[in-house]
Design a protein around this ligand. Sequence first.
Ligand code: SAH
Length: 423
Amino acid sequence: MSDPESAVAATRGGDLGLRPVPGQLTFDAPRRGKPPRHLADLDVAERKSAVESLGHKGFRATQLSTHYFERMTVDPEEMTDLPKAVRGDLVEALLPTLLRPVRTLVADQGATHKTVWRLHDGALVESVLMRYPRRVTICISSQAGCGMNCPFCATGQAGLTRNMSTAEIVEQVVAANRWLRTQSLALPAPDADGDDEAELGDESDIEDGAAAPQSRSTTGSGGPGRVSNVVFMGMGEALANYKAAIGAIRRLTDPAPAGLGMSARGLTMSTVGLVPGIDRLTQEGIPVTLALSLHAPDDTLRDELVPINTRWKVGEALDAAHRYYEATGRRVSIEYALIRDINDQAWRADLLGDLLNARGRGWVHVNPIPLNPTPGSKWTASRRGVEQQFVERLRAHGIPTTVRDTRGSDIDGACGQLAAVSS
Ligand code: SAH
């Protein structure tokens, strides 16, 4: 799979027959060669035994971890605390290159960067880095493609190529940190409009404004020099790749040098509503923010827009989200792509408000997202006035509601537009 064109075809599904028929759900990822083992796949004890089984002293694992997670380097030349003779060996065995940039697209006056990555087997994924004055959010992928088949989402239309490994997920964040460090310090322009708009990963409307402690640390005038917020809103349904996704959450939150030491409050796990996955996440005791992609308050419409609804209904998904709130104290986000004349009626806003309030007060907020157009889609975003009315209806029910910004839409980098086409 070294030919770039065939890699694109494979990822997009068409040539391999992966493109799903409407409503079809794919849970089992096609089997492909496993990505090489990487330090970030392993917890601290596993790293130590991996290093020892290579014939090196156990403490070398901590040194390697410091290089990767703190210094963000995989260059043997820079690992001067390691004997020259062992550096190459350890790097080759535990820090293989997992992601190769295919290309980067820039939007929003340089504040938004979308990178297309090629994985070891040619599969393509994307991540989107969004710089704001006081935080840096990255939207990462957890699968190459997606098996959930939501008809308004470009990724869903391409089918599932394969699950990503923990280290492949984590490396998207480490690579962003590496790049941010090299950046000269031009601040992105403040949001042009939208005092009503929520930034991705932004919690300021629902919390005390501190999305993550390190988001406050700025480098000169350039905004945060590292990623403060991570949203699992790129390609894939992370809860369908549960083990790798939870491993990534642990690596992101483990204190350095075991991991990146990020605040769980800066992480958002987004799901179509895999109820057993939500319940499992509830048990983990890591207070990430949960986002539920609802998109319709009634089962008839949601069966069509979010096919997983044929397994777990609106009420079951909301109950699981509420259990998550009760266990973690983290306010849940409800994602709602506003699609013109499909799900944007006032009665649906009222029904949504009633369903949320029936489960309690103060446990949830709603993020309407103007639909981002995808190729060939028959749907488009709601009219501005209709969107406004939808928001006001929800607020009238006492539900905090903020319209999501649409960073990156002109580079196909906004929600639902990630299709990993490399040219
Ligand atoms: N599988 C996860 C992450 C997917 S993308 C999930 O479904 O939650 C993150 C969000 O973007 C989801 O809420 C998804 O429904 C939404 N989305 C997908 N396509 C979109 C589009 N064309 N316009 C706006 N939002 C979209």
